[in-house]
Design a protein around this ligand. Structure first.
Ligand SMILES: [Zn+2]
Length: 85
């Protein structure tokens, strides 16, 4: 792990993001949800499908990389302009 403090790195795909919102935008799919049987007992879990978007998919969603190579949501992102060191 590097110690650079700009943005955040996804430990799954290694992409860098300017903010929590852009990070969340690249994560799609569902966490495993409990499935209950008729007695309201947990009978199992749905498939865990949480995954990362690829670069192409992120671009299709309107996300953009900034000049530092960090992904932004592509929308106005106040945190991207917050206290630049
Ligand atoms: Zn990722």
């Amino acid at each position: 792990m590097t110690t650079r403090r700009i943005g955040m790195e996804c430990c799954a795909c290694g992409q860098l993001f300017t903010s929590d919102s852009s990070f969340r935008k690249h994560r799609v799919g569902l966490y495993g949800e409990p499935i209950y049987d008729s007695k309201k007992q947990v009978d199992g879990y749905t498939k865990h499908t949480r995954t990362c978007l690829t670069e192409v998919e992120m671009l299709e969603k309107g996300m953009m990389k900034n000049e530092k190579g960090l992904w932004t949501t592509g929308e106005f992102d106040a945190s991207a302009f917050a206290k630049e060191a």
